[in-house]
Ligand binder design. Structure first.
Ligand code: GLV
Ligand code: GLV
Length: 325
């Protein structure tokens, strides 16, 4: 019997064809609409493998009926949408796409730093709306990035890649992480700080942590209040690490200078979202890893992970290797 792979979003034909070489394939045929829950539940019952997006919750209800399921391959480095313990108990491999998206996501994080500091979003609108009628000395004057202090919360591979970019801007880089990274401290000249000290000292606070029970709601009003009033908050991790109403309050009260956000508490956000009312907020639609090269490489990685598990081999990037013990 050929295994059955269900893909939860329309993918390019070249990727689908690779899967067809070793499996029967079902796919949700919309590019811009997530698979409805009822369809996902139905397909999971038949599937040996699920090729999932970060917007698909994979939980106990799915596993209960998914008797054939051997692998869930998430097209992301993050996997907070997946119940890992439930998968592990059933011997289901959960795979993700780390490493290949590191540099691309670091590019986006650094872009947000530049955008908020130099008010580029406002500046683009200004020209497009025909407001540029004269040169003036303080027109859209923002803040410098070079020689400032960058505080990275969540020092994984992406954090290290941002630190390398920051050193080119002669920034002073601080980091906070569950574990000290002594090698990174030596090679990248980054300094460890306790969370609170990092928040107080940084001109840019960059959040890159995954969403876990420890990081959920980490950024509260009190945290924003401890930041410098001239400091910017950048989030390229997960929206639920931030208490969004607290961020809104901090912006209203001028406790921080602005925010650059690629992720939100509830995605997608609509045009009426309260954060969009602030001229000093730059909002992006969760595109951290979205270069054509990297997204295709991530898809290839998911295909390879699925193929290996279905062949009885270990995948390249697995979240729960315990299933092999
Ligand atoms: C994107 O947010 C990812 O986790 O890859
Ligand atoms: C990604 O690879 C990270 O851990 O930051």
């Amino acid at each position: 019997r050929k295994p059955y792979v269900y893909i939860t979003r329309k993918l390019p034909e070249q990727i689908v064809n690779k899967i067809k070489s070793f499996a029967n394939v079902g796919m949700w045929e919309w590019e811009d609409k997530p698979v409805p829950r009822s369809v996902l539940l139905e397909e999971s019952r038949k599937a040996d493998a699920l090729f999932t997006m970060l917007s698909d919750p994979i939980d106990e209800e799915i596993y209960t009926d998914a008797k054939k399921l051997k692998v869930v391959a998430n097209l992301a480095v993050g996997y907070d949408n997946i119940d890992i313990n439930g998968a592990t108990r059933r011997g289901i491999a959960v795979c993700h796409t780390p490493d290949i998206l590191t540099e691309t996501t670091a590019d986006l994080a650094f872009s947000l730093i530049m955008m908020v500091a130099r008010r580029l979003g406002e500046a683009i609108e200004y020209v497009k709306k025909g407001k540029w009628t004269s040169w003036s000395p303080l027109l859209l004057a923002g803040a410098d990035v070079h020689h400032k202090t960058l505080g990275i919360v969540g020092m994984g591979k992406i954090g290290e890649a941002v630190a390398r970019r920051a050193s080119g801007f002669q920034m002073n880089v601080l980091y906070n992480n569950r574990h000290r990274k002594l090698e990174a401290e030596k090679q990248l000249a980054v300094e460890y700080r306790p969370f609170e000290a990092l928040i107080e000292e940084s001109d840019f606070v960059l959040c890159l942590t995954p969403l876990t029970e420890e990081t959920r709601n980490l950024f509260t009003y009190d945290v924003f209040k401890k930041m410098k009033k001239t400091a910017y908050f950048i989030n390229v991790g997960r929206g639920r690490v931030v208490v969004e109403k607290d961020l809104i309050r901090a912006l209203q009260e001028g406790e921080i200078a602005g925010a650059g956000l690629d992720v939100f508490e509830n995605e997608p956000i609509g045009a009426d979202h309260p954060l969009l009312k602030f001229p000093n907020v730059v909002a992006l639609p969760h595109i951290g890893s979205a270069s054509m090269e990297t997204r295709l490489a991530m898809m290839d990685r998911s295909v390879e992970n699925i193929k290996r598990v279905l062949d009885g081999k270990r995948p390249i990037s697995i979240v729960n290797p315990e299933i092999y013990e």
